[in-house]
Ligand binder design. Structure first.
Ligand code: EPU
Length: 369
């Protein structure tokens, strides 16, 4: 077992924050994890599971043993039954999520296209139940296999057992040391090894998200103008077409982490009661809000932050992205990168402004360590 010491984590977090791991193990096989559990000097040490590092803010050096997941492999599983309604694809936790989306489309297996270009690894995708443009991981999830760092056993979880919520799952909550059961957290205890995605054979495009609806309308108008279709008889876009649109939308408003350090949306979109929303609308009629099935109302955190005047602003080397106020960015690079402390100072200043103006507490989306 090769544990590397005093390793820079700057290349392993998309925010590009400088931090060091006291100890880091690259996990390329199940046997690497078995060795950790078998070794008395590592068994009791707290662990941090690191995927693509796209949802993390390091505020200091990392004391737990960092398990950097590099488990590879993507395959279409044999049909469960002759009349199976979905294709099952099994993917190693260390594969890139966007690579998986592109690979499934190349195999003629649509279903993940709305989640194109989400940074990070496949193993990290269930942790925060990633989602974009109307589709969440849980909509296409079948099951996953994970390694229990407490017992050394591999176990399987279905969607219900993962406890998916909005950008949430059992993997985000602290682990207990009791037997595996319902309602408990698995952070620091479960290492996701591989994920199985369920891609329905009866595919239909998901175009309800406003940005995609606009792309589709422009696409139809273009075809009508070229005389290819009549206005009433527009064809449906293909999954590849939707993939291309999602990539265009994301590239236009979200910074590419390889160019500008960031961790995607920095805050969750908050939910409020209809009464709270009515109160805010009375003062700010333009507030962007969506009605949820449970009667509550989701507010666009990006709009709230923008309305407080933060777009494009900086504190130190941490900034608010010019094109999407929900994304905080690292305005420095390399040795001059923003520290996690600077990012959190900016985050707290934003939280204070939004609370003072709207009475709403924004909750960070990435894990702050
Ligand atoms: N808005 C503003 N100003 C801004 C930013 C947004 O007025 O600076 C308004 C927009 O005009 C729009 C609304 O807020 O009307 C929502 O913005 P957008 O469509 O960009 O989506 P979002 O709610 O900000 C969420 C996810 C993203 C995901 C997009 C698309 C969260 C926390 N974020 O962002 O996910 O890509 O929807 O589905 O749920 C991520 O989690 O890292 C992430 C990028």
């Amino acid at each position: 077992m090769l544990v590397e010491k005093n390793v820079s984590l700057q290349p392993f977090n998309t925010f590009g924050i400088m931090a060091r791991a006291q100890a880091l193990l690259r996990v390329q096989h199940l046997s690497d994890l078995e060795a950790v559990v078998a070794d008395p000097s590592w068994r009791e040490v707290p662990k941090l599971v690191l995927g693509g590092g796209s949802n993390l803010v390091f505020t200091g050096d990392v004391k737990p043993l960092v398990l950097k997941i590099e488990l590879k492999g993507m395959r279409l599983l044999p049909e469960e039954t002759p009349d199976a309604k979905a294709h099952l694809v099994e993917v190693g936790a260390g594969e890139s999520w966007h690579g998986l989306v592109a690979w499934t489309l190349a195999q003629g297996l649509p279903g993940l296209e709305n989640m194109a270009l989400i940074p990070g690894t496949v193993g990290a995708a269930p942790v925060q139940n990633i989602g974009a443009y109307g589709v969440e991981l849980q909509d296409r999830f079948d099951s996953l296999d994970a390694f229990d760092l407490l017992t050394g056993q591999v176990f399987t979880l279905n969607a219900a057992q993962c406890g998916f919520g909005y950008r949430d799952s059992v993997f985000k909550h602290p682990a207990s040391t009791s037997a595996l059961g319902s309602g408990m957290g698995l952070a620091g205890r479960a290492v996701i090894l591989r994920v199985r995605m369920r891609l329905p054979k009866a595919w239909k495009p998901e175009l309800d998200y406003l940005d995609l609806t606009k792309k589709r309308e422009a696409w139809i108008a273009e075809q009508v103008a070229q005389g290819q279709v009549s206005a009433g008889g527009a064809p449906q876009p293909s999954a590849q077409q939707i993939f291309d649109w999602v990539c265009e939308i994301r590239r236009a408003k979200l910074p590419d982490p390889s160019q500008i350090g960031n961790a995607g949306s920095f805050f969750k979109n908050p939910t409020v009661t209809p009464e709270q929303c009515a109160d805010i609308i009375a003062r700010d009629p333009k507030i962007v809000h969506y009605h949820l099935d449970d009667g509550r109302i989701k507010l666009a955190a990006g709009w709230l932050i923008d309305a407080c005047g933060w777009k494009g602003k900086s504190i130190g080397r941490a900034g608010v992205y010019e094109k999407q106020a929900l994304v905080l960015v690292n305005r420095g690079q390399g040795e001059h990168a923003a520290t996690g402390g600077e990012v959190m100072t900016l985050a707290r200043a934003i939280q204070t402004s939004v609370y003072e103006r709207f009475g709403i507490r924004l909750e960070p989306e990435p894990l702050v360590l």
